[in-house]
Design a protein around this ligand. Structure first.
Ligand SMILES: [Ca+2]
Length: 167
């Protein structure tokens, strides 16, 4: 089976987070905070993966993902095929300049190949100073990942200020 070269892209900030452009594969969000019930309005985590910068993930709800111990803003998603992940992109939201505190500050991305595998941390950012507070800005984070993965978990432990996320 051919493995696709994957680029994971998460777009829109206010953890308002948004996973945009689908360069190599398809993403399916499977769980997260800010679902239909606790996202602001229609701004649940699925908006991270709809390929549109105009829509965003915006939630103030933290939760403890399955198997974790810390409460966070998070989204679980999977790619259509196991992929090499080269980078990920966090794109700020439509109103990030108005709510700059909603940018993520510290986050982790975990990955695994098979559903029952243990998670491997593939990205960890503490006290980020890369993300800008302009609207609709893509921020590319390069990864050095040698393995293929299919399942991903994006966990934001902290936003810049306040309690609301806006990607
Ligand atoms: Ca979107």
């Amino acid at each position: 089976m051919p493995y696709s070269q994957g680029t994971v892209i998460l777009s829109d900030t206010s953890v308002t987070v948004n996973a945009v452009e689908n360069l190599h594969t398809e993403y399916t969000p499977t769980a997260g905070t800010g679902g239909s019930a606790d996202g602001f309005g229609d701004e649940g985590y699925r908006k991270l993966f709809d390929g549109k910068k105009e829509t965003k993930w915006c939630t103030s709800s933290k939760a403890v993902p399955e198997g974790e111990t810390q409460s966070c803003y998070y989204v679980d998603f999977q790619t259509a095929e196991p992929s090499y992940v080269e980078q990920y992109v966090l794109t700020t939201g439509n109103d990030t300049s108005y709510y700059p505190g909603r940018n993520p500050k510290s986050w982790v991305i975990k990955a695994k190949l098979k559903e029952n595998d243990d998670w491997t941390t593939i990205a960890a950012v503490n006290n980020d100073n890369k993300m800008t507070t302009y609207n609709y800005q893509e921020h590319i984070f390069q990864l050095d990942v040698k393995e293929i993965y299919k399942y991903f978990r994006f966990m934001v432990s902290e936003v810049k200020s306040g309690k609301n996320n806006g990607f």
